[in-house]
Design a protein around this ligand. Structure first.
Ligand code: PNS
Length: 166
């Protein structure tokens, strides 16, 4: 498969939201193969372990034939090269994302000029959705129905309960 048909969709996915799934679906219609790449080592302590984040993503993307889940650490562009991917997909929700995404895309281009970043816009209903807001809402007793798969909401609630107990 030519590398322009293979895209990496990287992120923390802590946890996966319907906004991520919206981008994955759009990507899967454009590219022959989409590799959802979960960042393993994060500077900040993640809410879910990399195993849990990967497992939830795997369950959430079951219906897409050409989408898979992988883990990575180190430089994203090195992972792209290893997977023979020519494209990095990032979701752009609102203008507030732009500055950070611009820096990331330009740094990645500087590191490897052969990997192109493309931005996809999620459906408007997910424009202001983020994993951190979802976690906060659930922790404070709110419902996030329609914003994450139901099993993800259950997992967050379970984790919050256990955190309170311990
Ligand atoms: O969903 P996120 O947390 O905004 O994703 C950020 C991510 C994982 C795409 C970014 O932090 C990343 O690619 N990290 C790996 C290290 C790297 O290559 N950084 C960019 C160049 S310094």
């Amino acid at each position: 498969m030519h590398k322009s048909n293979v895209a990496i969709y990287p992120g923390s996915f802590d946890p996966v939201t319907n906004g991520h799934l919206d981008i994955i679906e759009r990507g899967s219609r454009i590219f022959s193969r989409v590799i959802t790449a979960v960042l393993r080592n994060e500077r900040k302590e993640p809410f879910f372990s990399v195993e849990e984040r990967t497992e939830m993503l795997e369950r959430a993307i079951e219906q897409f034939q050409n989408v898979e889940v992988a883990r990575f650490d180190g430089l994203l562009v090195d992972f792209a090269r290893k997977m023979n991917a020519g494209v990095v997909i990032r979701g752009l929700r609102a203008v507030t994302d732009f500055d950070y995404e611009f820096q990331l895309a330009l740094m990645n281009r500087r590191l490897n000029n052969q990997v192109e970043t493309i931005f996809l816009m999620p459906s408007a209903e997910y424009s202001y959705l983020s994993s951190s807001q979802v976690k906060e809402a659930v922790a404070l007793g709110g419902s996030v129905e329609g914003l994450v798969p139901d099993f993800v909401e259950d997992r967050i609630r379970e984790r919050v309960r256990n955190n309170i107990k311990s």
